[in-house]
Design a protein around this ligand. Structure first.
Ligand SMILES: [Zn+2]
Length: 150
């Protein structure tokens, strides 16, 4: 006999043991935050890309609460975010994931960065952290010295 839990219809939602929301798709249960991001951005997330909940509420899967981070930067953000200074964090993540370049960002991310900054959803270093770029790059983006065409 199959377990009833496995017979949920496509589109069903559940909370997993860590509190994340999962959605049943034709391929099985997937994290709702990844689905939401993939739908909004129109691209598939890489396994190395982690979705971070900006306001810390892991059940809040509104697109404006989601940011893509590389796995390494994300772990560091949570482990050391409150201990290390922004400068040190930038150095650490630059060393770990390689020098960030503005070309690695997508136009959607650039818009999201400007949006988050103008709405005051985080300082430059928090935003930089969320996108795996340096705070000075965030400053270039918000002042349009970088990505002027977006
Ligand atoms: Zn996170």
């Amino acid at each position: 006999m199959r377990n009833k839990a496995n017979q949920q219809p496509t589109g069903a939602r559940r909370n997993n043991c860590k509190g994340y929301v999962e959605v049943k798709t034709e391929y099985g249960w997937v994290f709702e935050h990844r689905l939401v991001y993939e739908k909004a951005s129109g691209r598939k997330l890489l396994p190395t890309e982690i979705i971070h909940h900006l306001n810390g509420d892991i059940t809040d899967n509104r697109i404006e609460n989601l940011a893509v981070m590389l796995a390494g930067a994300h772990t560091q953000h949570h482990k050391r975010g409150t201990i290390l200074k922004a400068e040190t964090k930038a150095k650490l993540s630059a060393a770990k994931i390689g020098k960030p370049s503005p070309k690695k960002l997508t136009a959607e991310q650039v818009l999201a960065i400007r949006d988050a900054y103008t709405k005051g959803k985080g300082g430059r270093s928090a935003i930089a952290d969320a996108y795996g770029i340096t705070p000075s790059m965030v400053s270039h983006i918000t002042t349009r010295r970088a990505w002027r065409n977006v």
